[in-house]
Write a protein that binds this ligand. Structure first.
Ligand SMILES: Nc1nc2c(c(=O)[nH]1)N[C@H]1C(S)=C(S)[C@@H](COP(=O)(O)O)O[C@H]1N2
Ligand SMILES: [Mo]
Length: 320
């Protein structure tokens, strides 16, 4: 076992691994002949520094009435078009040599504090991670319930200090056509981009995830860091973020550019506005047994109380 101080851009799984996995790791070390004393004497960067970063369920986001989607379904049924257009494709194709380490995220544009950070570094700056169980609703009318680990996007916005004329936040994913085969296609404006209004980005629900089920994000789920906007259709929750930029004008985004009549800028979950090619009134719960195909879609995906005020005075049929 080698003990090295990781460079700031590296993302050892230590930082996003909750305490119970540490205990397992300790047991593992013991099995290698490292006694408890030896482990206790291990450098702080290996163990001590990670203690306060363990994931804790935020009781405000427990979602008691719902069943969490099983981990193998979350990791095996994905949309990640850089790698595959099939649901069962990304978990294979994203794990064939694509590197998500080292990884840096740039914070740029209209900010007082341009930043470039490694994911570990930012998690530490954010004061650690918490767990939130969120409903996930894809525009294709399937749904899951996912236990994310991460931190509120609002905290990162506060760190960046947007200037007075910043009104939107644009997110850009990675560009690596050698690793992500579909990025060789000329019919999609790569890299994947998304955007929020600044007000949406600072809503308490807007979340940056670094893990699921207490483990670092699998590559197919958007390692090492992705957006989670639970009241919007899933395509807004951009994976594998490389750049976050504050802008004055509304940015162009991938799906809105490719098919604006089907994928609006707001993309708030809305059972009353159908997709031109299918109804949004009901949703199929992945792994949901008797609820497969039987659940009514909720306005704002069940988060109406938290976010409806962001859209006061806006015609939600026009601004889909
Ligand atoms: N970079 C990138 N982010 C993305 C996508 C994608 O294809 N590429 N798909 C989106 C869509 S349509 C959905 S439903 C969710 C799926 O996330 P999951 O596979 O982790 O459930 O990721 C979103 N983020
Ligand atoms: Mo989606």
């Amino acid at each position: 076992m080698h003990v090295i101080v990781p460079p700031s851009w590296s993302q050892p799984d230590a930082v996003v691994t909750p305490e119970k996995f540490y205990l397992d790791r300790r047991r593992f070390l013991r099995s290698l002949g490292f006694g408890i004393a030896a482990v206790a004497a291990a450098p702080a960067n290996l163990f001590g520094a990670t203690q306060d970063l363990s994931s804790k369920l935020n009781p405000a986001y427990r979602l008691e009435a719902l069943t969490l989607t099983k981990e193998n379904a979350i990791q095996g049924y994905n949309n990640f078009i850089e790698f595959s257009l099939q649901k069962e494709g990304p978990h294979v194709a994203a794990n064939q040599g694509w590197k998500t380490e080292p990884w840096t995220v740039d914070i740029a544009g209209l900010v007082a504090q341009p930043l470039k950070f490694g994911v570990n570094e930012i998690v530490r700056k954010m004061g650690g991670i918490e767990q939130r169980n969120y409903r996930h609703r894809c525009v294709e009318a399937w749904a899951m319930v996912i236990p994310w680990d991460g931190f509120p996007l609002r905290k990162l916005v506060e760190l960046a200090q947007p200037k007075a004329d910043a009104r939107f936040v644009k997110f850009t994913s990675f560009l690596d056509p050698d690793a992500a085969p579909n990025q060789k296609r000329g019919d999609i404006p790569w890299p994947y981009t998304e955007a929020l209004t600044l007000e949406e980005a600072t809503n308490e629900l807007a979340f940056l995830a670094t893990g699921i089920y207490g483990k670092p994000l699998a590559k197919q789920n958007g390692a090492p860091i992705r957006l989670v906007i639970p009241w919007k259709y899933g395509f807004k929750s951009i994976k594998s973020i490389a750049r976050i930029e504050f802008t004055r004008e509304r940015p162009e985004t991938l799906w809105n550019t490719v098919a604006p009549q089907e994928y609006g800028f707001y993309a708030n979950v809305n059972p009353n506005v159908d997709h031109p090619r299918w109804s949004q009134g009901r949703e199929r719960v992945i792994g949901g047994g008797i609820f497969e195909g039987k659940k009514a879609t909720l306005p704002f995906n069940g988060y109406e109380r938290e976010v409806a005020q962001l859209y006061r005075g806006l015609d939600l049929k026009m601004n889909y």
